[in-house]
Design a protein around this ligand. Structure first.
Ligand SMILES: Nc1ncnc2c1ncn2[C@@H]1O[C@H](COP(=O)(O)OP(=O)(O)OP(=O)(O)O)[C@@H](O)[C@H]1O
Length: 255
């Protein structure tokens, strides 16, 4: 049985009178890619911010590798191996790619981090061909690759990505999801928020579907695709399989 790395139980978060998370529970096991899907305002970003210590929950508990996170400072959460790539591709625009990567290495030895940053640029074709640029000169897709790689400079055990493909062309969005799949193949544990729910499900083992701060569906990606009600609500499509099942005669009830 894989170890459960991250566990949240009964999390409640309020912004003044607005309840953004209403008793959410989830877990992510070592080596899994778990997707969080849901409409705008469902609470996905709030959940990631709460898990990474940027927002304090009004109630509930969070543990990472058994350690209590609900009262741990955000920088100590990074040190414990959990990193968050917020939405919006926040690069330091006037800094070089290497300098941007080094900004993610604050928990590590700076000398080896410099070498590591150079290796990452050389080993990431989309960045290697822009190695002489500043981050502000990169395209959206290139910036997204940079901020993911910057998060990896902290040597995390688990990475949380908020809408990494937002605003990218379909080709670049696929490249970003491909990078996430590669990270997973190399053993990284991933919690992925995606507007492109179908793309996210292609690489996710399990999925949590949120609406108005609550988990409405939890299960394997295939089960969400095959679920007539939730596939329609969360994926914007009724999969062929779900449609076929929805029109099948109901099975005779067993006594
Ligand atoms: N800083 C804030 N102050 C007050 N309300 C907020 C704040 N941030 C989010 N909310 C509210 O909390 C709820 C959850 O928002 P959140 O951004 O977490 O959703 P989301 O699923 O990430 O949506 P999106 O895809 O639009 O980012 C929404 O009702 C939103 O209006």
């Amino acid at each position: 049985m894989p170890e459960t790395l991250l566990r949240a139980d009964d999390l409640t978060v309020r912004y003044g009178p607005v309840t953004a998370l209403n008793g959410i529970s989830l877990h992510v096991d070592e080596g899994e890619v778990v997707a969080l899907v849901g409409a705008n305002g469902a609470g996905k970003s709030t959940l990631l911010k709460t898990l990474s210590g940027l927002i304090r929950p009004a109630g509930g508990s969070i543990t990472f590798q058994g350690k209590d996170l609900a009262r741990t400072a955000a920088h100590d959460i990074v040190k414990s191996g959990l990193v968050h790539v917020p939405e919006g591709r926040h690069v330091f625009p006037r800094f070089t790619l290497k300098e941007n990567l080094l900004a993610g290495a604050f928990t590590n030895d700076f000398k080896s981090a410099g070498k590591r940053a150079e290796e990452i640029i050389a080993g990431t074709p989309i960045l290697a061909r822009r190695a002489g640029s500043t981050a502000g000169q990169l395209s959206g897709g290139e910036q997204q690759m940079l901020v993911i790689q910057r998060a990896l400079m902290a040597d995390p055990r688990m990475i949380m990505l908020d809408e990494p493909s937002m605003g990218l062309s379909p080709v670049l969005a696929d490249e970003v999801l491909e990078l996430v799949a590669q990270l997973s193949e190399r053993g990284m544990t991933v919690l992925l928020v995606e507007q492109n729910a179908l793309g996210a499900l292609d690489i996710a083992d399990r999925v949590y579907a949120l609406a108005t701060g609550e988990v409405l569906f939890e299960g394997r990606s295939d089960d969400l695709r095959a679920n007539p009600q939730f596939a329609d609500q969360f994926l914007g499509v009724v999969s062929a399989d779900a449609e076929r099942r929805a029109h099948e005669e109901p099975e005779a009830a067993t006594p």
